[in-house]
Design a protein around this ligand. Structure first.
Ligand code: URA
Length: 487
């Protein structure tokens, strides 16, 4: 019997080299005792196996192409019999090239099952790793740490995904099954168990805001959610402690949502009557021009959107603000409240402003279009992008706001605002972060809309784009400070 000691923590080459030598020497699977390291520290400095010399008379060892990806996944499983199983398959493949096509074969079926578990575990890792920023930068690169607990040895095979996604930052992903790190040049993998420092960070709070705002109780599928995110992943997620409460409240929330929808906007004729009543209390001729403009906008009928919206959502903020930020149009909650950026996108926006050190109360906040555009679906009102005509009709109000507030810097949040303010129709990806000169000495700074972050399906991407948005806001803050100093 030949004993083959392996570290056995997902490194395919150590098994491959040994298996190739054993098969070339004609050692049958029954004669090999594969021993993987397990948690025993001394085995990480693995004794190289004492391998037999190849039999010069034997045929070269070859495998069909499908074997390699299968074996590369299977070695990452924690099943102790995996090396033996793979060697048996390798041995049998020498005389039966089509073995892997026999899906009912016991060895083939078992190997496929193990590979499936490994693929699934890698997928979980891409979905549930949460980076936390570590203080201090190295050569201008921000540094992040993540702790994750995979079921199998998937860190090395999954790490390239994170290198592609997060190439522009330094990161370490530590797990009990090894650690991967990236410094912009090398992706390094260490098979020793990593340690969890267990620290939270300020972005946890924001992450919880996102999670709470995108959670839709009406769409809650508890079984699917638990299958996708088994409890063992929850404890490392900053949003984990929100989940039980949200699940418990889901039914009540759905009922409340239905009840809220029942208080839909008043029908058009009621608002006309309302407007007529307030017109009777019209402002005096010497009223402040801004108050007069706001009052006039309340009764706007320039485009058909006023027919279905509850009310005009006009801009708010200091009349002498240095910075004006312009969104797209009010959403459902803004329409009911009559104020810009108070719904889910507003919460994201507030969090980003705070992280960038910008005080919302010092900004003038408004939208390109002042009425909520939606289509009713059941009892819900589904947001619709405003069309070109609606933007053009509403531009009249926006240009009046710009004229009265006279900001030095205007931030366009999203493509609709860019178009409304400049007529520019190039994709936002070409315009973002590139200041444009407007009339007078005003500068226009295009960036994304906060709701863009809420729409990203992938959590890791959302975190990344959140960080980019914060960077944009910091640039805006510096730009505003420079313009203020320049007078
Ligand atoms: N989206 C916007 O563009 N503006 C708001 O006020 C709210 C959401």
């Amino acid at each position: 019997m030949q004993t083959i000691p392996l570290v056995g923590r997902g490194d395919f080459s150590e098994w491959r080299d040994a298996a190739r030598a054993l098969a070339a020497a004609g050692v049958s699977p029954r004669e090999v005792d594969w021993r993987a390291g397990g948690p025993d520290e001394q085995l990480f400095t693995a004794v190289p196996p004492d391998l037999p010399k190849p039999d010069p008379a034997s045929q070269p060892i070859t495998v069909p192409p499908a074997f390699l990806p299968l074996a590369e996944a299977v070695v990452c499983h924690t099943e102790p019999g995996r090396f033996h199983l793979l060697y048996r398959l390798l041995w049998r493949l020498q005389s039966d090239r089509r073995l892997l096509e026999l899906t009912a074969d016991k060895d083939v079926a078992w190997a496929r099952l193990l590979a499936k578990n490994v693929h699934r575990d890698g997928h979980k890792m891409t979905a549930f790793v949460r980076f936390k920023e570590i203080a201090g930068e190295t050569e201008g690169r921000r540094r992040f740490f993540a702790w994750f607990e995979p079921s199998h040895f998937v860190v090395a095979r999954t790490a390239p995904f994170f290198r592609r996604r997060f190439a522009d930052m330094d990161w370490i992903i530590a797990t009990p099954k090894g650690t991967a790190s990236w410094d912009g040049e090398s992706l390094i993998f260490d098979t020793r168990p990593g340690e969890n420092p267990g620290h939270g960070d300020p972005t946890d709070a924001l992450w919880r805001t996102y999670y709470a705002s995108i959670f839709n109780p009406a769409r809650l599928k508890l079984k699917a959610m638990q299958a996708e995110m088994p409890k063992k992943y929850w404890r490392n997620l900053p949003e984990a402690d929100l989940i039980p409460g949200m699940i418990a409240n889901a039914e009540e929330e759905v009922r409340a949502m239905a009840a809220r929808a029942a208080s839909d906007p008043p029908p058009f004729h009621h608002r006309l009557q309302d407007a007529a009543r307030t017109a009777a209390q019209a402002l005096p001729a010497n009223a402040d021009p801004f108050d007069a403009l706001r009052e006039e906008a309340r009764r706007c009928t320039r485009c058909p959107l006023h027919c279905t919206a509850t009310q005009t959502v006009f801009g708010e903020g200091p009349r002498d603000a240095h910075v004006m930020m312009v969104g797209e149009q009010p959403g459902d909650q803004e329409d009911l409240a009559g104020r810009p950026f108070v719904g889910p996108a507003g919460q994201v926006f507030d969090a980003v402003l705070k992280e960038a050190g910008i005080t919302r109360e010092k900004l003038y906040l408004t939208n390109a279009v002042k009425h909520f555009k939606y289509v009713p679906r059941g009892k819900r009102r589904i947001h619709q992008k405003p069309g070109r005509e609606e933007i053009e009709h509403c531009r009249w109000w926006l240009s009046k706001e710009v004229e009265l507030v006279r900001p030095r810097l205007i931030v366009a949040l999203g493509a609709t605002a860019v178009y409304a303010l400049s007529g520019e129709r190039r994709p936002l990806s070409q315009l973002r972060g590139r200041p444009l000169a407007m009339q007078g000495d005003t500068i226009l700074y295009p960036t994304v809309h906060p709701s863009y972050l809420l729409r990203l399906p992938d959590e890791a991407e959302r975190r990344r784009h959140h960080a980019l948005f914060v960077e944009d806001m910091k640039t805006i803050r510096h730009l505003a400070e420079t313009l203020a100093v320049a007078g």
